[in-house]
Write a protein of this length. Structure first.
Length: 299
């Protein structure tokens, strides 16, 4: 248990549950909802049990329960009520909370069990859209605010990566190629954030297209090799943190010069670094997308 985060500041609770610190303090005083502990130097903190309780309180509050009602429910019955409500409706919110709990405890079994429960209700693509995308957005914010460590983030993203790979293997075995176009998916030099691109690869294959996934940190020069084997190529990339702001325009110009030599070669790209360029004036055959959904709608 030494690796488990078991002390939380009130700011941690705010970041993890979405309930403002000011509101938590009011609920403590008015409803005796939580009892913070104190360190030897008299600094307030909350234990893991308090965090788990606040996740349940947040879920119930978001599902129409008033805090005055929640405060009267026996603490041991809160998880049962949450599971009952989640089974009837809002399974997404409950699953996100459970995945966050699994991440904080480095609990692989809880992650796998939650995922198997979701598979009974949803297909893999729905799970990614409805749960993984909002979850990963939250995780990014938690990391930026130092609520979690890089170890927590890597633990969770590695498990999600495993599920993408497993599902991709399953759809690939049933692939029916319905186009002469070949999609080539890659990330630029020093870009390592590949989960979004991995999911795009999954969806391209599931729709019957041929996809070649090259992965992280691929130099432009290596991409030219594919044109010796395929006539119609759509390169797809995800600019999350690379190329950097001062380099991205030159990167786009180099890509155009080296690779977009015929009308049959295209470049589709998305990611937050595109905010640094004028996407209305991109080279011919290059298209920018605002989201995974918008890109996949073009298939």
């Amino acid at each position: 248990m030494n690796n488990i985060k078991n002390k939380f500041s009130i700011k941690d609770l705010e970041n993890l549950t979405g309930i403002k610190a000011h509101t938590i303090r009011i609920w403590e005083k008015r409803y005796n909802l939580l009892t913070p502990k104190r360190t030897e130097t008299n600094i307030r903190y909350y234990d893991l049990k308090s965090f788990q309780k606040m996740l349940n309180v947040s879920f119930l509050n978001n599902n129409g329960y008033k805090i005055s009602k929640i405060a009267t429910i026996d603490e041991n019955k809160l998880p049962l009520l949450v599971r009952e409500i989640a089974s009837q409706s809002n399974i997404e919110s409950h699953a996100i909370n459970t995945f966050k709990l699994a991440m904080l405890n480095f609990d692989q079994a809880l992650f796998y069990n939650t995922y198997e429960i979701l598979l009974k209700e949803k297909g893999f693509s729905e799970i990614f859209y409805d749960i993984y995308i909002p979850l990963l957005t939250e995780i990014g914010l938690l990391w930026q605010t130092n609520t979690i460590t890089p170890a927590h983030e890597h633990f969770l993203t590695t498990l999600i990566r495993q599920k993408i790979l497993t599902s991709t293997e399953q759809v690939q075995s049933a692939q029916i190629n319905k186009s002469t176009k070949t999609f080539v998916l890659y990330l630029p030099d020093n870009e390592i954030h590949e989960l979004g691109l991995m999911f795009i690869n999954h969806e391209i294959i599931s729709k019957g297209y041929q996809s070649i996934f090259l992965g992280q940190s691929v130099p432009l020069e290596s991409l030219t090799d594919l044109q010796n084997y395929y006539d119609e190529i759509i390169y797809v990339s995800y600019f999350t943190v690379k190329p950097e702001k001062e380099e991205i325009e030159d990167y786009i110009l180099d890509f155009d010069k080296m690779l977009l030599k015929t009308p049959k070669i295209e470049f589709w790209v998305l990611g937050q670094m595109l905010n640094c360029v004028d996407t209305e004036n991109l080279p011919t055959n290059m298209r920018a997308f605002s989201s995974i959904q918008s890109l996949l709608s073009e298939l």
